[in-house]
Design a protein around this ligand. Structure first.
Ligand code: MRU
Length: 346
């Protein structure tokens, strides 16, 4: 682990998969222990764990638990029986492509196994986890190098150690840039309705001694107009082949406001978040979550009983509004299909 990098939220143990319960942070630091694939799928759906790369890593460990159970039930038929677990895990959340990427990779590994599958699958899940952390370190260096004027940046949602295998994507760039003096302050948007920014990003930055100021989403354009930030730096849940980016709802508004005010816009995501099978952002499935996330706060109803809410969890930022996509394979400035293809082939 490096400087400003002390948090991990997904951990394998012999007893099962341990997740730091992100629903309870920052009030409580409580871990849950999951012993089967169904429990892992529920934990992803209920957002015990969230963030695209963290969901992928978690699902990979979920396959290890499934294989352990299915092989114990039937050493002859476990490869058929585990199909059901793959289905349940794949249905947990729709937008972050890292989930489907990780399941596919575990499936490929599984195909060649004879005998007890647990050791080989655990190795593969660990490789996925470690490769994600390594990608984050690399993106941290590449992204931080783009920030030529030291100053403050704005980030959205939570893209840190909690949202990944560790260190973070956008927050990894911010951690790295803070370490080298290119970032001196972080503005974090609270991220309605689930408050990933207020609860999780602020917590991670405080834990790592990086100065943070929270803003409401409504304050972002004014922050930019007053010249208080040079860059908006965000993560992604799925990037289409043409460079369109699906990320937490509100990202698109930030990109529109950033372009209007001459603020640069950086997207940081590993290649496991890139979906070259999807031509443009219009084809990315966008999760809609329960109305109650908007209508209530901390269990208390805010809106009158007859009011309804629309709660899309993600939006799509068109490639034309993005100055740079940073992956572990390199930086794509002003993304296009051709540049994305070249980066993926690198
Ligand atoms: O609904 P969430 O909290 O899973 O959404 C997370 C985000 O939108 C993140 O910005 C994205 O996954 C990138 S995380 C490195």
């Amino acid at each position: 682990m490096r400087h400003h990098d002390r948090i991990r939220a997904v951990e394998w143990s012999d007893a099962g998969l341990k997740l730091l319960d992100q629903r309870l942070l920052p009030r409580l630091e409580q871990w849950v222990l999951l012993r089967d694939a169904k429990g892992v799928a529920e934990a992803i759906r209920d957002m015990v764990v969230r963030g695209a790369p963290a969901i992928g890593v978690t699902a990979a460990y979920g396959v290890v638990l499934a294989a352990r159970d299915r092989y114990a039930e039937s050493p002859q038929h476990w490869k058929n029986a585990i199909e059901e677990d793959f289905r349940v895990l794949a249905e947990s959340r729709p937008t972050a492509v890292n989930l489907f990427w990780a399941l596919e990779r575990m499936k490929t590994q599984l195909a060649g196994i004879d005998g007890d599958p647990a050791p080989a699958l655990l190795n593969e899940a660990r490789r996925i986890h470690e490769a994600d952390i390594a990608a984050n370190y690399r993106m941290g260096e590449l992204g931080a190098a783009l920030i030529d004027t030291p100053g403050a940046v704005l980030t959205h949602c939570n893209t840190g150690s909690l949202a990944t295998g560790g260190f973070g994507t956008a927050l990894g760039v911010i951690r790295a840039a803070y370490g080298t003096g290119r970032v001196d302050h972080v503005f974090a948007s609270e991220t309605r309705p689930w408050l990933q920014g207020a609860r999780l990003t602020a917590w991670e930055l405080v834990e790592d001694n990086i100065p943070v100021t929270l803003i409401t989403e409504g304050a972002a354009a004014t922050l930019m107009k007053q010249g208080k930030v040079n860059w908006v730096i965000v993560g992604a849940d799925r990037i289409a082949a043409n460079g369109d980016v699906a990320n937490k709802i509100g990202t698109y508004s930030l990109a529109v406001a950033a372009r209007h005010h001459g603020v640069k816009f950086m997207v940081v995501a590993p290649t496991t978040t890139v979906d070259m099978n999807i031509t443009s952002g219009a084809d990315i499935p966008i999760e809609e979550r329960a109305e109650d996330e908007v209508l209530t706060l901390g269990g208390t109803r805010l809106a009158p009983p007859a009011a309804h809410a629309w709660n899309p969890s993600f939006d799509v930022t068109p490639a034309a509004l993005i100055d740079a996509i940073v992956t572990e394979k390199g930086v794509v400035a002003a993304p296009t299909l051709e540049k994305m293809q070249a980066m993926m082939a690198a």
